[in-house]
Design a protein. Structure first.
Length: 398
């Protein structure tokens, strides 16, 4: 075996295969159907990996009780695909459930308990009306103080946006540029929901949701599933020609939105990013591209600051600079992000890992969307309005 393919130093675990359903309104298909679609891709792309090799299954899913009247879905999904009598656990941190699923899989590998695990995420949302879906998703906020007083995740993030604008001079046009960029990236992504290019004027003139956020500042309600297979780093090349190592992983949490002293930055993201960078011995400038949580465009701008791409208050300036485009210095959301690829909430964090695996393995063939020469990537997933955050750092084997 060539030393150039040896595991990355201090690798926590390795991604050996990945799969993702097409995101969108998948009428007539259940979450289990969508998950099977993603698992089919995972196993077909990795012939040396068998269903019988899987030691544990982690499923990120936020609202199966509300959207599909189903509790404890993970065992049925695993056994239905032939993964019999293994630990099968649903993980829920609302819109970062996929990110938490990945985190649990990494810990399972690091503990030495498992050799190979599957981390998955799924959500079936389109069966509900928009009003019903908003009510369900708003359960991610605090019940007595936020929900009771009519707050939604859109309105809470709108408060962040308004204060960021007041304090730092961030403009609505800056947020619109995030939407334009991510729609452009999703246009060439066959897995994405929204294949429609938009202009700054389109975003600014779209229907108001919660000032200053407009319809095209918000991620769409949709269906989708994704999955990755992790193995111990030293076993990865026995199963996969080009494994991708996970070299940094962290998760953090914070108070509910209304109880915080600051709303223009998310402490959970900052702390998770700091720990992941420290674990990987890397810094932001060592990363070739980023998949960041952008359920609302202001989230991406704040994430630029929280993960260290720029100083506090300079996220809008970075969006204007063009540096976060696929061909820029800090490519962000080449998948299209939650904003345009789609945000089936339980799947989104694993969907980011799928994009990383495809990019770092050289499997993204569309030149306009492929990050040239990418060797390292970072994913950031967030549950609620900054209540939970996960940051993972990935590295190809040099």
């Amino acid at each position: 075996m060539s030393s150039s393919h040896s595991p990355t130093r201090k690798a926590l675990s390795s991604v050996i295969a990945a799969g993702c359903s097409i995101y969108g309104k998948r009428i007539g298909q259940s979450s289990k159907d969508l998950l099977n679609e993603s698992l089919d891709e995972l196993f077909s792309s990795c012939p040396k990996l068998a269903v019988e090799d899987i030691d544990a299954f982690y499923l990120g899913q936020a609202f199966p009780e509300s959207f599909e009247h189903q509790a404890n879905p993970s065992p049925g999904c695993a056994i239905g695909y032939g993964m019999n009598r293994i630990p099968s656990v649903r993980v829920d941190t609302v819109s970062s459930s996929g990110g938490s699923s990945l985190r649990q899989g990494i810990l399972g590998i690091m503990s030495g308990e498992f050799n190979v695990v599957i981390c998955a995420g799924v959500e079936k949302m389109s069966g509900a009306s928009t009003e019903q879906a908003v009510e369900v998703i708003s359960m991610a906020s605090d019940r007595p103080f936020e929900q009771w007083n009519g707050a939604t995740l859109a309105s809470l993030n709108a408060l962040s946006a308004r204060e960021h604008m007041r304090r730092y001079g961030t403009a609505e046009e800056d947020m619109a540029l995030v939407s334009v960029k991510n729609h452009e990236n999703a246009y060439e992504n066959p897995k994405a929901y929204l294949h429609k290019r938009v202009s700054v004027e389109d975003v600014l003139s779209s229907r108001k949701i919660s000032t200053p956020l407009k319809l095209l500042d918000c991620s769409p309600i949709c269906d989708g599933a994704s999955c990755v297979a992790l193995s111990r780093p030293e076993l990865a090349e026995q199963l996969c020609e080009n494994p991708i190592d996970i070299v940094g992983s962290a998760e953090s949490s914070d108070l509910d939105f209304v109880f915080r002293e600051e709303i223009t930055s998310f402490r959970s993201t900052r702390e998770a990013a700091h720990e992941a960078y420290s674990r990987s011995e890397l810094k932001p400038t060592d990363i070739d591209f980023f998949e960041l949580h952008d359920a609302f465009t202001i989230n991406e701008i704040i994430a630029y600051e929280d993960i260290g791409l720029c100083k506090a208050g300079e996220g809008g300036k970075l969006a204007r600079s063009g540096k976060t485009r696929v061909d820029g210095d800090f490519p962000v959301n080449p998948s299209g992000g939650l904003k345009a690829k789609g945000h089936p909430v339980g799947s989104s964090g694993i969907g980011q890992a799928y994009e990383v695996f495809m990019q770092l393995s050289g499997k993204v063939k569309t030149p306009s969307r492929a990050v040239r020469g990418a060797k390292r990537a970072l994913t950031h997933s967030m549950g609620g309005a900054g209540v939970t955050a996960q940051v993972h750092i990935f590295s190809a084997r040099f």
